[in-house]
Design a protein around this ligand. Sequence first.
Ligand code: SF4
Length: 247
Amino acid sequence: MSDKGLVFDIKRDASEDGPGIRTTVFFKGCPLSCVWCQNPEGKLFKSETDINGEQVGSWMTVDELLYRLLQDKPFFTSTGGGVTLSGGEATMQMDVASQLLQRLKAEGVHTAIETSGFFKYDRFRETMLPWLDLIYFDLKLIDDAESRMYCGRSNTRILENFSRLLKNADIPIMPRIPLVPGITATEQNLRGIAAFLDQYNVKSCSLIPYNPLWKDKLQKLGIESAYNHSSFMTLNEQRSCANCFTS
Ligand code: SF4
């Protein structure tokens, strides 16, 4: 079992990644490939070099991570904060994430994860869930074809994992929708996700505002964006167009 994780950032004093003052660990590597990815430096499961020659991603042991994280323990304790695992997708590195969560819980630290929901459920349930206090679960696209097109993966596993967690986990599962113009922030998608949540009697969901700064991050990595929100045509619009051409 590996005790090293590939991490591209550790953000201290993070107030948006859960209750209280938190430190967020950003694991590198993601199984999805969203065209608007807000953390493009977290997509690939390997170290990279940006256009300034700076290394993006470092291998860190659990001991090294814990040492860094516990420096802020007094702030966690006094504010009800803790540590949040993010990415990329932290569940891509379940071995090290599991060890880190167990060590944090042994120290009495509140733990949370931000996940795309695309993970192997049984392994997650065994290795990570027992040491988590809170899950932020992203729901991006309710239409499977759109999910494949814009995120590179079917949403079937994501939706199944969400419903399994709701039924089986005894910690809060907080759904979130990133609002991406022309893609996730469409009336049809939002209504579809609302109907999905309603099936499980989930009454609240966070909406994450669109942040265009990810394009600067892409440029720094020397990668061109495939997404331009002002000119991007949604799959529905393409279908309408297709209908226009065939009618
Ligand atoms: S799930 Fe998140 S980190 Fe992964 S590609 Fe999509 S936006 Fe980027």
